[in-house]
Design a binder for this molecule. Structure first.
Ligand SMILES: [Zn+2]
Length: 197
């Protein structure tokens, strides 16, 4: 074999080797890329699964909370219905009005009952009318219109009246001697309505 032939064979061999190397490299790169892609996809899927699990879990928690809240709302509704029934109980309202009358020295108006007990006008009038019928109070024309007087709670002021000259004193005169006519004074308790009502 001549050197030309030998070098020809070597060149061909090198070319084939290079071609094979290229092919192999391309395959290796492809395989590696595929491997990376597969890992990425499975990673994404795992994350997705986890996320989904989290969403479902959160959803359940929310549902539980919503149901719990709903139950509480229903319980609240029932309680408020019971409260309304209790508030509208006539006997209870009568005692509420009496308590209010006591706080106001025995003088009430429809407006006062409406405002303090948060009742509509017809309801306030109804209760006061019932208390008038049962003689707990009586209706009267005051300086500012109709008012209801609860005698048991009317403010009382002690006054000292001279039985001879009819003079009155808020403080008992010395030795119970009337400073006007010199007569002997007996102590009398006189009920005085508060002028503010
Ligand atoms: Zn007198």
């Amino acid at each position: 074999m001549s050197t030309i032939q030998i070098s020809g064979i070597l060149i061909v061999g090198l070319l084939i080797g290079a071609a094979l190397a290229v092919l192999f490299t391309v395959r290796a790169v492809k395989w590696f890329l595929r491997f990376l892609a597969a890992r990425a996809v499975s990673g994404i899927l795992q994350v997705g699964e986890r996320q989904l699990g989290r969403v479902v879990g959160v959803g359940e928690k929310h549902l539980d909370k919503a149901l719990e809240a709903g139950g509480k709302e229903i319980a609240k509704g029932v309680a408020s219905l019971a409260e309304d029934a209790r508030k509208n109980d006539p006997k209870r309202l009568e005692s509420e009005v009496a308590r209010l009358a006591q706080e106001n020295q025995g003088v009430l108006t429809v407006a006062k009952v409406m405002a303090d007990l948060q009742l509509p006008q017809f309801k306030s009038q109804e209760i006061l009318a019932r208390l008038v019928r049962s003689r707990v109070c009586k209706m009267d024309q005051g300086p500012l219109g109709s008012r209801y007087l609860f005698e048991a709670f009317l403010a009382t002021t002690q006054q000292f009246r001279c039985p001879f000259c009819e003079n009155t004193f808020t403080v008992c005169p010395e030795n119970r001697i009337c400073t006007n006519c010199g007569g002997n004074i007996s102590a009398e308790v006189v009920q005085v309505l508060q002028s503010s009502s």
